[in-house]
Design a protein around this ligand. Structure first.
Ligand code: FMN
Length: 319
């Protein structure tokens, strides 16, 4: 059973993916990449196609609603040469700005369109093409069987299913009964996603017969959740736990390296300088390592007001 890190916009960049691979993930996804932006030459979008040397298999996820856009994106991803293990289509993101363009969750009710987009991708890449989607628009409107059929017809290699409806956004228990039904009805390998945070959730998901389990939010503050779950499922001892401070420092070092690598690779696109990226990631992500520890609120407050890498280092040294 494979345990993979889900695509999470603004989070699953090379530093965080590296943390998750070190924490036992068997695979990961990029953040979603706009096919239209790639086609229109938006250089900063190409940052999303970067990968660290120390990472394991990463699938590149694109979103789009236009066959020419996704075909172009497929060629662009191919052109970065062997960096990715698969090219995935996002047919599940409920964000208004994505749905408005006919992409993401808008595709959940359009299996024919999904088939066309997957075919366009497949004709333009040497990578396996995969789909990530949801169960349907809302309970009672289950379309995942048709979506899996579309993926099969287009020659996709796998389907990842967030076992919730679009109307449920990211909350509520996953509908494992529908997932189980899907597994028995499709020829494609299925990766199950939704609400897995521990051994129990993973075991329930695995019991549906899925080939892999995908984890998103539970990994944000616990990138080692993959190793923990694997150990618990196999009855092995839990892996040694890193302290919040160790996790924070390790992740921060990766962010600084990543900022330097972006600056070297894209001298004209002005990626955020290392200090600014470190502050941004600390405020949006790294502070989470301290949640649940005594004094977390105070640490978080201090980290949120830090404006430079030196200030961040000073705060961390006192913890
Ligand atoms: C902040 C945030 C950003 C997300 N970004 C993406 C994305 O870029 N592509 C995607 O397919 N799903 C995205 N998702 C959905 C997750 O991949 C996953 O399907 C969902 O969070 C359910 O998994 P979980 O219950 O383990 O969190 C996002 C979810 C969150 C909370």
């Amino acid at each position: 059973m494979k345990f993979v890190l889900a695509p999470i916009a603004d989070f699953t960049d090379p530093p965080f993916r590296t943390m998750c691979f070190r924490g036992g993930a068997d695979g990961a996804y990029t953040e979603m990449v706009s096919a239209a932006a790639l086609r229109h030459g938006h250089e900063a979008t190409r940052f999303l196609l970067e990968k660290n040397a120390g990472e394991g298999p990463v699938a590149c996820q694109i979103f789009g609603s236009d066959e020419l856009d996704v075909a172009f994106a497929a060629r662009a991803v191919d052109a970065v040469g062997g960096r990715f293990c698969a090219l995935n289509l996002n047919a599940g993101c409920p964000m208004k700005k994505i749905v408005r363009t006919g992409a993401g969750a808008s595709l959940v009710s359009k299996p024919e369109k999904v088939e066309k987009l997957l075919r366009a991708m497949k004709e333009n890449t040497s990578l396996p093409v995969t789909l990530k989607t949801r169960l349907g628009t809302h309970p009672g409107e289950t379309t995942v069987f048709e979506l899996a059929g579309a993926a099969e017809a287009a020659g996709a290699a796998e389907i990842a299913v967030h076992a919730r409806f679009v109307s449920e956004m990211h909350s509520g228990a996953p509908h494992l009964d529908i997932l189980r039904d899907l597994v028995s009805r499709t020829r494609l390998p299925v990766t199950g996603n939704g609400g897995v945070a521990d051994r129990r959730g993973a075991a329930d998901m695995a019991a549906t017969g899925v080939d892999g389990v995908m984890i998103a939010r539970a990994a944000l503050a616990r990138p080692h959740v993959f190793a923990e779950i694997k150990a618990a499922l196999s009855g092995a001892a839990a892996p040694p736990e890193k302290s919040p401070k160790e996790l924070f420092s390790e992740h921060l070092a990766l962010v600084l390296e990543y900022a330097d690598s972006l600056a070297a690779a894209f001298p004209h696109a002005r990626p955020l300088p290392r200090g600014k990226l470190a502050v941004l990631k600390t405020r949006t992500h790294l502070f989470r390592y301290f949640s649940g520890v005594p004094g977390a609120a105070a640490v978080r407050k201090r980290l949120m007001s830090a404006d430079t890498t030196d200030e961040i280092f000073d705060i961390i040294s006192t913890i």
